[in-house]
Design a protein around this ligand. Structure first.
Ligand code: ASP
Length: 442
């Protein structure tokens, strides 16, 4: 058994959390490769190290007064020195800090600056655990165009890992062909963890954070929602897309193809089993018919109506062509016999709404065009829906009983999800109604 464990910034925000992380790692000897984030917020209103590094880089770029620059860098140093001292480590990183400061003063890039958060976190954690340190810049590669180079990384990293029984590999960054440090997008240590898990051929990728897994619904809307025990990668994609975020979107791919499950765990509550993210649904019976419900506000529905639309061969294509010309990607395309609707994010229409509508009028000459703003989309997601008859009916009647008018329905052909459009002011009520329909209140 081999596990790759990633600890997020909230799990490494101070020495106390480093200790908790180390205890978790040491309690299971299969936890051989560790991917840390940079120290995160210690309390509400605190600043993450990554954000401090971005700020430091900005100050240098904008030629802030040198006393201010120095004072700000000292604050970053203090956070790390504090962790080292509180851990009781005999570890002098002052030369590292000086080198980093001088590199940024000497105009090293913004990504380099940000990446030092993980780098230093990794050095300290490796020292504290007595694990080897593998610098991500020697094992994670990007291409000339800035894309992640999966093949080269896999080859080099797997060979490197084979040389180390136990190691810490800092998250978030890698190197480009011209030797420049580059980061993934924010939250990217999740991606590193996934890449390491694949290269190590791990049995499990544990992602330790500050929540005990994914909730079936947003806790800001539903009181005390249940935690999802097992979710498939596809279900997770559907839910994350609609706003449920715990894991970086791109973290799924490396492990998904390698068939490695991800376990979301809570550093503060290691006794909780968390959420398992797995490939194949059939291996895991879902506890409820629905796995989760999530959604987003801020959509517009443009509906075109035309008598006998169904017999007109090219209507749909021409509608889509017009959106393509404007570079607009749409979300859904529900259609009826004589109507076709395009659901898209309202922000995409900004500054060109009339032009787009005119293009549709000119290009298609429909009998009517209606535009409805302030629509929220809700995704009811669940691999259990395929087997359970009448799920859609239950969803709709639950929403209707809450007095909500459904504006649009779209069922994914995979039967994995049902998308419902409601008016934004009905959003919270609809989510609550769907959740209580499928989850018995305790
Ligand atoms: N430290 C980086 C960030 O704050 C990456 C990460 O934590 O995953 O985005």
């Amino acid at each position: 058994m081999l596990k790759v464990v990633k600890f997020g910034g909230s799990s490494l925000c101070d020495a106390e959390h480093f200790r908790m992380a180390a205890k978790i790692i040491r309690s299971d000897e299969s936890r051989r490769y560790v991917v840390p984030s940079a120290p995160g917020k210690r309390f509400p209103g605190d600043t993450k190290i990554t954000d401090m590094l971005y700020e430091f880089h900005r100050m240098v770029r904008d030629h802030a007064p040198s006393e201010e620059i120095d004072a700000y860098f000292d604050k970053i140093c203090e956070r790390y020195y504090g962790i080292i001292n509180d851990l009781g480590l005999d570890f002098d990183i002052s030369h590292e800090m000086l080198y980093i400061k001088n590199s940024i003063l000497g105009r090293s890039g913004r990504d380099y600056a940000a990446s030092r958060g993980e780098y230093l976190s990794g050095l300290i954690l490796a020292k504290y655990l007595g694990y080897d340190f593998i610098d991500a810049e020697n094992v994670i590669y990007f291409t000339d165009t800035g894309a992640f180079d999966a093949d080269r990384t896999q080859e080099v990293m797997s060979a490197e890992l084979a040389q180390h029984e136990r190691a810490v590999i800092p998250g978030f960054y890698g190197i480009t062909p011209n030797e420049t440090v580059k980061t993934f997008t924010r939250g990217g240590s999740d991606v590193t963890g996934s890449i390491v898990a694949r290269a190590a051929q791990a049995d499990l990728y544990e992602n330790w954070t500050d929540v005990s897994g994914f909730k079936m619904a947003d806790p800001r809307i539903v009181e005390n929602p249940l935690t999802i025990g097992t979710i498939t990668y596809r279900e997770l994609r559907e839910l994350s897309y609609m706003g449920a975020t715990v894991l970086h979107e791109e973290a799924i791919f490396p492990v998904r193809y390698a068939g490695i499950p991800i376990n979301i765990r809570n550093t503060l509550r290691p006794q909780d089993p968390g959420t398992m993210i797995v490939a194949a649904a059939q291996d895991y019976d879902s506890e409820h018919i629905i796995t989760g419900v999530a959604g987003r506000r801020g959509f517009t529905v443009i509906t075109l109506e035309q008598d006998m639309m169904n017999s007109e061969v090219s209507f749909g294509r021409r509608v889509l062509e017009i959106f393509e010309e404007y570079g607009i990607s749409f979300e859904h395309l529900p259609s009826g016999i004589d109507t076709m609707s395009v659901v898209l994010e309202t922000s995409l229409l900004e500054g060109r709404r009339e032009r787009i509508l005119n293009s549709l009028r000119r290009g298609l000459r429909p009998d009517s065009i209606t535009v409805e703003d302030n629509v929220a989309l809700i995704a009811v997601v669940g691999r259990g829906m395929v087997k359970a008859r009448g799920t859609a009916a239950r969803v709709f009647s639950a929403i209707s009983s809450a007095g909500v008018n459904i504006r649009m329905i779209d069922q994914g052909s995979s039967e994995l999800n049902i998308i419902i459009g409601v008016e934004e002011h009905d959003f919270d009520n609809s989510i609550r109604a769907i959740y209580s329909e499928f989850v018995k209140q305790q």
